[in-house]
Design a protein around this ligand. Structure first.
Ligand SMILES: C[S@@+](CC[C@H](N)C(=O)[O-])C[C@H]1O[C@@H](n2cnc3c(N)ncnc32)[C@H](O)[C@@H]1O
Length: 340
């Protein structure tokens, strides 16, 4: 059989600088890439479920006791996508009778995504309780104000990262990728789906790496294979400066990486990169934040509290919502409250 003729799409490139780490697909396509009718939908039923938003709002409600009675609770939702998580936050707030205390800023890097949320009237029933903000959370403007809660639902996986391997002498190797496609390939709106990807490991010279990599390199540990989610660290750190004193950041993500070689899932024309949550937690704890990590069979959730006292004041509700609830409970709740 004749060998398949290949066309080079991208020659050997560091994983984090390759087209696998481009956000163009999100920027250009807005809401439609999450819909079930889409040929390669980005999964969102579980993390966007009302069950998870309701759990989160129980915690926010308990935290109201730490604010003056007339204090408006401001929420910033990063990378809102199709706006479903923001909607479920508002639905849960209404059910918990705290809607009047809540205002949510629905934000995304993609202007198209925000326009789709507006045009599809996703939040219409909550007019007056939300606004929209086109925002690259890796480059925050100076005048955003303060927030009591910042949510990042499946955002880490959209950020660039670099898979690394640590050698016995404490040096690191980085992953490079080469992408090719069959010469006779019919052009597709999802070119990554038909790409042939090769990987190789090359010496990682941190002095030649980007400023962000150099800044957060010290948080890598002795683990043999690790993912370097330096953009996730930087985003979380910069967002934490927007929190008021009782505020917290909520992160929901896919479960941890399976291995450095299998470090992403492909949906349509975008990669969902896996997360090294312990690295991010280590880096945030070094900034004085208190973290809480909870995992079930489906997803990982992390809280970052600006003030360690807030975590201890919320101990019982955090226990109830994140430690005591079983995996099956969460799954059943998600089925009970399907996303529309
Ligand atoms: C996997 S989607 C998650 C969408 C939604 N939160 C959900 O749970 O369905 C990631 C979202 O993050 C957005 N995003 C990626 N990089 C971003 C950045 N630097 N700043 C803000 N949003 C970003 C993308 O445009 C996309 O809407």
């Amino acid at each position: 059989m004749a060998a398949m003729e290949l066309k080079l799409v991208q020659d050997w490139t560091d994983y984090n600088k390759s087209i696998l780490c481009s956000n163009q697909y999100y920027i250009e396509n807005g809401s439609q890439i999450y819909q079930q009718e889409h040929p390669y939908p980005i999964p969102n039923a579980l993390t966007n479920s009302l069950a998870h938003a309701a759990s989160l709002m129980e915690i926010l409600k308990a935290n109201l006791a730490n604010y003056p009675a007339d204090h408006k609770i401001t929420i910033l939702d990063i990378g809102s996508g199709q706006g479903l998580f923001a909607k479920n936050i508002l639905v849960a707030a209404r059910e918990l009778e705290i809607l009047d205390r809540i205002h949510i800023t629905v934000s995304d890097l993609s202007k198209q995504a925000l326009e789709d949320i507006q045009n599809n009237k996703v939040l219409k029933e909550f007019d007056g309780h939300y606004d929209f903000l086109e925002l690259d959370a890796l480059n925050l403007p100076t005048s955003l104000g303060q927030f009591s809660m910042i949510s990042m639902n499946y955002v880490y996986d959209a950020l660039a990262m670099l898979p690394l391997k640590r050698n016995a002498d404490a040096s690191f190797e980085k992953m490079q990728v080469r992408l090719q496609e069959a010469l006779d390939q019919v052009p597709s709106p999802y070119p990554l789906q038909q790409m042939i990807m090769e990987r190789r490991w090359q010496n990682y010279d941190i002095k030649a790496a980007s400023d962000l990599e150099q800044k957060y390199f010290k948080y890598l540990d002795g683990t043999e294979e690790q993912l370097f989610n330096y953009e996730a660290i930087d985003m979380t750190k910069n967002l934490s400066k927007l929190l008021d004193d009782q505020g917290f950041i909520f992160v929901a993500e896919m479960l941890e990486a399976r291995s450095a070689d299998l470090c992403f899932d492909l949906y349509g024309n975008c990669c969902a990169h896996e997360t090294n949550e312990l690295l991010i937690i280590r880096a945030m704890e070094a900034q004085g934040m208190e973290a809480l990590l909870a995992k079930d069979s489906q997803l990982m959730r992390i809280f970052f509290f600006k003030n360690p006292k807030t975590k201890s004041r919320l101990k019982s509700v955090l226990y109830q919502e994140f430690n005591e609830t079983t995996r099956t409970d969460k799954l059943l709740e998600s089925i009970q409250y399907p996303t529309q």
